[in-house]
Design a protein around this ligand. Structure first.
Ligand code: NAD
Length: 300
């Protein structure tokens, strides 16, 4: 049994904290939203009234917050001044690499071990305890981070030093955004050429165009395995989330001098799609933008 502080109990953090309680850890949970706190309590966590209270005697502190500014301020103002320096600090939020490195440096200066450990997999994987974690930490801290993350994980991979987890996350999601747009364009062209979508799916799945966006997450309804396309593009991975990650990738590219023209194009297309009122739709719904058929989508 480990004493865990869990900060940020939203769509992702709620299920993740529940999985820590499920395996018998003592989880002190905090969120600004009373409903999220109540959900964590119902799942076996101990709801507390402040971050300071949650971290006071924790051996592991896990955060799952919206973005970089939230992580910076919660660490600087609440976790680092109040946690035991022997505690292992793990941030699972998706944030910019610079914020992750800044928080890691502040934590190290106070004698803490710190890991950035963003996740791949959505709310269903968070609930099921089958997330993939990509971890940036000192190599010596990785075994402890891996053990702490395992009740929430399908796989935990060491990416490198602090910040490397966030770097892996934004590179992966930039690749995902680009590959989904490529798959959508290919279906839109196939349609114009009179090629049936199910025929194209079968051929490309077994040819060199094969990729995850095609075979596992096909953007065309009724083709391949069930995906958000079969549910009117509800649920899944929201366009707003994809856009957040593409923006992080473009900011990182600008700062590092990397050339990412496909990532830039993907960001522009997803920004356009979100701006047209579809930020809440699954990111594969962007196929309707490329088909010029947005009237079929209800704005969300
Ligand atoms: P969310 O908005 O549902 O949850 C964030 C929670 O943080 C909210 O409940 C909010 O009240 C809480 N919070 C904000 N500021 C706080 C503070 N100062 N103290 C305590 N609690 C605070 O977001 P989410 O969908 O759970 O995503 C969390 C992170 O995971 C994000 O960085 C997101 O990019 C990443 N992520 C999300 C998904 C997904 O499918 N939802 C997938 C992979 C990664």
């Amino acid at each position: 049994m480990t004493r865990i502080a869990f900060i940020g109990l939203g769509n992702m953090g709620g299920g993740m904290a529940a999985n820590q309680a499920r395996v018998g850890h003592a989880v002190a949970a905090f969120d600004l939203a009373p409903a999220a706190l109540a959900r964590a309590q119902a799942a076996g966590c101990r709801a507390v009234g402040a971050v300071a209270e949650a971290v006071a005697d924790a051996e592991v502190v896990i955060t799952m917050l919206p973005a970089g500014p939230h992580v910076r301020s919660v660490y600087q103002d609440e976790i680092l001044p109040n946690a035991d320096p022997r505690a292992l600090l793990i941030d699972c939020s998706t944030i910019d690499v610079d914020s992750a490195r800044a928080v890691a440096a502040q934590a190290a200066a106070k004698g803490f071990r710190f890991a950035d450990a963003p996740v791949s997999g959505g709310v269903m994987a968070a609930d099921a305890g089958t997330l993939a974690f990509m971890v940036g930490s000192a190599g010596t801290d990785f075994p402890a981070a891996e053990a702490a993350l395992s009740p929430m994980a399908r796989v935990v991979i060491h990416a490198g030093e602090p910040g490397a987890g966030q770097a892996a996350k934004i590179c992966n999601n930039m690749l995902l955004g680009v590959s989904m747009l490529g798959v959508c364009e290919a279906f839109a062209l196939a349609e114009k050429l009179g090629l049936a979508a199910d025929r194209f799916f079968e051929i490309a799945s077994k040819s060199s165009g094969q990729c995850w966006s095609l075979t596992t997450y096909c953007p065309v309804p009724g083709v391949g395995p069930e995906t958000p396309a079969d549910r009117g593009y509800g649920g899944g991975f929201a366009t707003a989330m994809m856009l957040k990650d593409l923006k992080l990738a473009q900011e990182a590219a600008a700062r590092s001098g990397a050339a990412t023209p496909m990532g830039a194009q993907a960001e522009a297309l997803y920004a356009l799609f979100a701006g047209l009122g579809h930020a809440g739709k699954d990111f594969s719904a962007v196929i309707e933008l490329l088909r010029g058929r947005l009237d079929g989508l209800s704005a969300a």
